[in-house]
Design a binder for this molecule. Structure first.
Ligand SMILES: NC(=O)c1ccc[n+]([C@@H]2O[C@H](COP(=O)([O-])OP(=O)(O)OC[C@H]3O[C@@H](n4cnc5c(N)ncnc54)[C@H](O)[C@@H]3O)[C@@H](O)[C@H]2O)c1
Length: 337
């Protein structure tokens, strides 16, 4: 399969779907959004009108439509499995927003279904892999420019989250990005997870401990610690520091901001949300996917990457509940994955 132009169905016309549909129609080359699908027709209509696509309210009809060569899935995670499976059944490429599915078992079913076809069709929306700084950091690690990588410090800070956003969701919805980064940067699997909670902040009525510290150990024994802080009241900050044998590298300091706090001193340089922080990375992710999909392959995180991240997060939630070091159990990796 090699095509000059891919006809794409965007499924799920919420925050991410509308952003991606806009990017596909404005900046990405070689793609036309022909269908916008949402179970809520008003949402689908609003975007379809803007970009000149037609509307479907049944996701399976959209996936199987004649004017659709590939699917961008931005529906909620709990409906991803049947929708990705429908794409595999029709053997068309799909870019599935994270999470691949809601648990490791169902993500592994997707890995196996794709492997049975003998070709990669599923890409997972881990956009940080397309951010310049992450790409450069990976290169520094891979080439051992500062000697061997020993450990990573990561911080993921959100301005705010709704009351119903639980510590377990902080792991499955937010830390899942760090999990993919650690695997991407270090190029190996994560073996175990521990979670440590601190005292609750006064920022919420729910007495949710925030921030939390999550500690990962990789297969070769390297460490990565993640501070996940979901209600900072400040902005969106995602930082990574590499500690290597001969030096250190920090990435993610927006415009080199040094002081961030409620007085807003220099904090205008902190991104308000992930859209500003990773806007360019999302664009590149979509361009890479479209180019690869037109050639019958994937151009980013694979189904296996989506599954592994899910398995690590599942272990993370268990670690949170049991307050103990929890091992990550991974199924066999198929040859094609
Ligand atoms: N990569 C990232 O940085 C990032 C950021 C935010 C969200 N996400 C992911 O993107 C996905 C969508 O998140 P969102 O924030 O846009 O959510 P959202 O709630 O804003 O949008 C989801 C949309 O899907 C529609 N929908 C519900 N059930 C559906 C179904 N069965 N089929 C088709 N559409 C259906 C809803 O009506 C809604 O319009 C989630 O998987 C989320 O985790 C990724």
């Amino acid at each position: 399969l090699t095509r000059d132009n891919l006809n794409i169905a965007v499924i799920g016309a919420g925050a991410m779907g509308s952003f991606h549909a806009g990017t596909l129609s404005s900046t990405v080359r070689g793609a036309t959004v022909t269908v916008v699908c949402d179970t809520d027709p008003a949402r689908a209509n609003a975007i379809a009108d803007e970009i000149g696509a037609r509307v479907e309210t049944d996701p399976l009809a959209a996936i199987n439509a004649e004017d659709v060569d590939a699917v961008l899935l931005a529906s909620p995670g709990d409906v991803h499995e049947p929708q990705v499976m429908a794409c595999l059944k029709r053997q068309i490429p799909v870019l599935c927003e994270k999470p691949l599915t809601i648990d490791a078992e169902s993500s592994y079913r997707i890995v196996q279904a794709e492997a049975a076809l003998g070709r990669q069709l599923v890409q997972v929306g881990f956009m940080r892999r397309f951010d310049d700084e992450y790409i450069r950091l990976r290169e520094i690690i891979e080439r051992e420019e500062l000697g061997a990588a020993l450990l990573l410090h990561l911080a993921h800070r959100n301005k705010d989250a709704p009351e119903w956003f639980t510590p377990a969701m902080a792991i499955t919805e937010s830390v899942v990005h760090e999990v993919d980064c650690i695997r991407f940067l270090l190029g190996e699997e994560i073996d175990s997870v521990s979670v440590f909670q601190t005292v609750p902040t006064t920022r919420t009525d729910s007495r949710v401990p925030d921030p939390m510290a999550v500690m990962f150990q990789t297969a070769s024994g390297r460490l990565a610690d993640v501070e996940i802080f979901i209600r900072t009241g400040v902005g969106y900050e995602v930082r990574t520091e590499l500690v290597a044998e001969n030096g250190f590298v920090q990435i993610g300091r927006d415009s080199s901001a040094l002081v961030t706090g409620p007085t807003n001193r220099r904090s205008t340089t902190i991104s308000p949300s992930f859209i500003e922080r990773f806007g360019r990375a999302y664009e590149r992710e979509l361009q890479s996917w479209v180019r690869a999909a037109a050639n019958g392959t994937v151009g980013g995180a694979t189904a296996w990457d989506g599954y592994a991240a899910q398995a690590v997060c599942e272990a993370g939630v268990a670690a949170l509940e049991t307050r103990s070091v929890t091992r990550v159990e991974l199924g066999d990796r198929p040859d094609a994955a």
